[in-house]
Design a protein around this ligand. Structure first.
Ligand code: SF4
Length: 232
């Protein structure tokens, strides 16, 4: 594993949710620059509108909220924007899990919060994105972050995510794979899965006929050979 990536090789942090969902979706978006908007991505953007307002930074007692926070990690080679970063005063926190805020007393813990449309998903795409943001914040602030939160619009509440060793390993693995795939420049073939129906790139991808066994080339060959059989 490289100890760090040069700045010119940094990738969009948000791509980690795409590669966690499907490598082909990641490649279509980040290699072929395809993007299709379905109702799920429209809802997602609407949910993010509130979180993305940089003027709504807020302080309430022992809570400080900052929005649209730029984050990056040299180790992961990722850069992005965290919807919300919350600072909560807790004087009992150990030194390596807290920081001091200029002009404020006490110790403050840090948690990233990501806004999502819909409900918690059957895959871990949201969790890895949030954990990648936390690893960026840890590197930038030189502290340890134990957990963060995913706010789901349809259930109107936040879900706590612990940044345990398994989740951190998955982020490391997926971020390396992102760099590998961008380096290779190869878009994997589609393999249709049940979750393809909720994919924003379904129409671009056409997983029904560009599977591992039925490439576009084979599909066209079989249809053309039906038509031209015996034509010499
Ligand atoms: S339609 Fe399925 S195979 Fe194609 S990009 Fe989406 S999830 Fe991946």
């Amino acid at each position: 594993m490289p100890s760090g990536y040069p700045e010119e090789d940094f990738l969009m942090l948000s791509g980690i949710q795409h590669i966690a969902f499907c490598e082909r979706q990641f490649a279509l978006i980040h290699l072929e620059r395809q993007w299709a908007e379905n109702s799920l991505t429209v809802q997602g953007r609407h949910v993010h509108e509130h979180a993305d307002d940089p003027f709504e930074n807020d302080t309430r007692g022992d809570l400080r909220i900052t929005r649209s926070v730029p984050v990056e990690s040299v180790r992961l080679g990722l850069r992005g924007i965290a919807d919300v970063v919350e600072y909560t005063r807790d004087d009992d926190l150990p030194a390596n899990e807290s920081l001091h805020i200029s002009g404020k007393n006490g110790k403050w813990g840090v948690s990233p919060i990501e806004y999502k449309r819909g409900r918690p998903k059957p895959n871990d795409a949201d969790e890895v994105q949030l954990c990648a943001q936390a690893i960026c914040l840890e590197e930038m602030l030189k502290i340890s972050i134990k957990n963060g939160y995913l706010y789901y619009n349809s259930i109107k509440r936040r879900v706590k995510v612990d940044f345990d060793d398994n989740l951190r390993s998955r982020v490391e693995l997926l971020s390396r794979r992102m760099h590998e795939m961008i380096g290779n420049g190869v878009v994997p073939r589609a393999i249709k899965k049940s979750y393809c129906n909720s994919c924003s790139l379904y129409d671009v991808c056409q997983p029904g006929w560009t599977t591992a066994d039925r490439s576009v080339e084979n599909y066209l060959k079989s249809h053309l050979s039906d038509r031209y059989d015996g034509a010499g």
